[in-house]
Ligand binder design. Structure first.
Ligand SMILES: [Zn+2]
Length: 308
């Protein structure tokens, strides 16, 4: 398993020092060396003629498609690739796609481009998606309802009501995802509505005021009725659906009797290492499938299986 999980490893210079420089940004929005990632409903435009690559457009092409009124568009400055500025733009307009271009769901892209190893592309595309969607949801101030405008290259939305003037910042919602273990068994659950046989680590949104450890203990007790002792941080993963940070932990169970919260889980069970190992080798069957490679739960399981 690589150290870099999917949606990590942002490949650009985020160039925070340029975000507040409106002159620099407006110049780069017009420069022919700048490159634009286009999105429609959260899906990036990809060139599938050879493998899978972002179908970057030039400033002139973006002006032609959108009219180039940057105040009315959702756009963000993603970062610098050398000297070249990379932007992301959300399209509502129709555009002519070249024969080999498509707007593709980010999960499909991530699975495809990481099939043979790590790729930083999902991180780049995920950041564009998260920031554009956040901007799209914040056209109006949540304090006073007035219109907001983009600032700092899409990392701030400022309320245009002079008596309010609130600044809004992009949010990331932390989720704890925990591999609960006891001896050579681990607890996996199947969410309500999930396909038969799909099991994963339990997970839940952190609540305001909680530590990671407290959130882990609360979630496991709520969902499966299991008491948890030690909690150990393992790894995190940005998850751009819509804008979450998955915090992967290992949690030591103090009890084993499962009491299911049937609003959250259709099933939860203890799996032993031998059964899991077999599923990793065979890919599983209809009664039990391991989490997909894209999921941090898979990493947590792999790490635990390697422990002696
Ligand atoms: Zn306001």
């Amino acid at each position: 398993m690589t150290n870099n999980n999917i949606f990590s490893g942002f490949p650009l210079d985020p160039a925070d020092h340029f975000r507040g420089d409106e002159i620099w940004l407006s110049e780069r929005l017009g420069l022919e060396s700048s490159r634009f990632l286009l999105y429609r409903r959260g899906r990036p435009l990809m060139d599938v003629s050879e493998g899978m690559q972002p179908a970057y457009r030039s400033a002139a092409e973006v002006r032609q498609i959108t009219g180039g009124n940057w105040q009315e568009l959702d756009w963000v400055f993603i970062g610098l690739d050398g000297d070249e500025a990379i932007f992301a733009v959300a399209l509502t307009q129709k555009m002519d796609l070249r024969g080999y271009e498509k707007f593709i769901d980010l999960r499909s892209i991530a699975l495809q481009v990481t099939a043979d190893g790590f790729s930083p592309m999902p991180s780049l595309l995920g950041r564009g998606k998260m920031l554009l969607e956040w901007n799209g949801r914040r056209h109006f101030c949540s304090c006073c309802g007035h219109e907001t405008l983009i600032e700092r290259g899409g990392y701030v939305r400022k309320c245009m009501n002079e008596t309010c003037g609130a600044e809004h910042f992009p949010r990331t919602d932390p989720v704890v995802i925990m591999l609960v273990t006891q001896g050579d068994k681990c607890l996996l659950g199947r969410g309500v509505g999930w396909p038969e046989g799909n099991y994963s680590a339990l997970a839940g949104f952190m609540e305001p005021g909680e530590t990671i450890e407290e959130a882990t203990r609360r979630e496991v007790l709520e969902e499966a009725g299991i008491k948890v002792g030690d909690v150990t941080y393992m790894k995190s993963q940005p998850w751009p659906f819509p804008s979450t940070l998955m915090i992967g932990v290992k949690a030591q169970a103090l009890t084993t009797d499962i009491t299911l919260d049937d609003k959250e889980l259709a099933d939860a069970r203890w799996f032993d290492k031998a059964a899991l190992q077999e599923s990793f080798e065979t890919g599983g069957d209809s009664s039990f499938r391991i989490p997909p490679k894209i999921a941090i739960a898979r990493y947590l399981l792999e790490e635990w299986l390697q422990e002696t």
